[in-house]
Unconditional design. Structure first.
Lengths: 210, 210
DNA sequence: GTACATTTCACCTATATATGTGATTGAATG
DNA sequence: CATTCAATCACATATATAGGTGAAATGTAC
């Protein structure tokens, strides 16, 4: 039996969802509320498997409700429910531990399917939402393939710079003279188009040379 | 009409998929191949809407095939097909521009649904895959909540340090004396437990203070 | 109203860093 | 075999940075 809590301010939709879900074999609606004001208590008392959470609600809204619940409970699946598939809310919700993100226009059969998926550990998302997430995902991990043609020794020196080593320490670590370290660093600055240690470090981080 | 290309080394599965998809109203299989050796030509010639791509194939495998196609063509939807839902392949595929990732055990009806979603710009994923992606997603964006209790002015100074500004430049930017900049920086070093500019910069990047 | 943190500035000194100008060796490239 | 590049070292100088000590003005919190 999948136990469901519903948070939705629109009375018609709240009633409709309750009827649909509670009337379906294998599902039980434990409660339906118009805001998250008592969500901590309600989640504790009803121990739902899945929470259907509207985002736009007066009072404590869905995103805040999500955060409140996640502070205490990382078990319950939380499906965000919204009219738009706007990026900002999607990412904030997903970063705060939402398990899925579905649109209100999702047809009833799909909705029940998603609830079931969520209750068994899946992450239901409408395809358009998933596409946005993936796009974001691929943007994040661009390997920033800037190749500055650093030589082997130069790369080593840069590693030490990033670790915060002084020229003297680097010389000791690499068993070379401090002047040699210096000349490597001069080369590095040329190649990275910088002219100080901290700029080189920053560039190393930004371009993921480290 | 959704035009499909199939890459799958197992002859039975390849035939089965072809029959299923080609036999469905609205879908047409333009070709089915046992490896990606000629994928550049095939994609150019058949101009598919969706590619079903097995990951484990002898010769040029699915991940390599994906990369090859994406070098030329960012339009076609590519659905990765695999027996496991192992993390490594999932993320490598998604980072390289795959549009979805589905398991071979996906039932035929679902598969067709996913193909249709993919052809219209969606990103179909089985719920378990989506869950893994989301988990990764929330791990990536941990705000690295290290709070070093930097004051407002100290934060500003740190921003400038990260940009590679010298003390003198920071003083000019902030309309304060260089000695003041120094004293802020001294405080910053105390709070971050470092003792040089480049260490501070590195820490700022690592802990996402910037 | 006192304790505390923030922001501001000053002065001194030692060390680190940046820049310039060489030079030698060895390996790789053509 | 000449050229180029990487790696090594040297010396000189100017500027930047780090560390120490102190102090005044402001605002906040208890």
């Amino acid at each position: 039996m999948v136990k469901v809590l519903i948070y939705e301010d629109n009375p018609q939709l709240r009633e409709g969802l309750t009827m649909l879900i509670d009337g379906t074999e294998g599902f039980q609606v434990m409660g339906a509320f118009k805001n998250c004001n008592n969500i901590t208590y309600e989640v504790g008392a009803y121990k739902p498997n899945v929470i259907l959470m509207d985002i736009d609600m007066p009072g404590i809204n869905g995103l805040e409700g999500l955060k409140i619940v996640r502070k205490q409970n990382t078990e319950v699946s939380i499906l965000m429910l919204t009219v738009f598939d706007d990026n900002k809310n999607i990412f904030e919700a997903l970063q705060n531990g939402a398990n899925g993100y579905i649109l209100k226009k999702t047809p009833p059969a799909k909705l029940l399917e998603y609830l079931l998926e969520a209750s068994t550990g899946g992450a239901p998302m409408t395809a358009t939402v998933a596409a946005q997430v993936l796009k974001m995902f691929s943007l994040i991990n661009i390997p920033a393939n800037n190749d500055y043609h650093l030589s082997g020794r130069e790369k080593q020196v840069l590693q030490f710079l990033v670790k915060g080593y002084s020229y003297k320490m680097i010389a000791a670590e690499m068993f070379i003279a401090m002047d040699t370290v210096r000349s490597h660093i001069k080369k590095i600055y040329e190649k990275l188009h910088v002219n100080s240690k901290s700029e080189a470090v920053a560039k190393a981080f930004r371009d993921r040379i480290v």
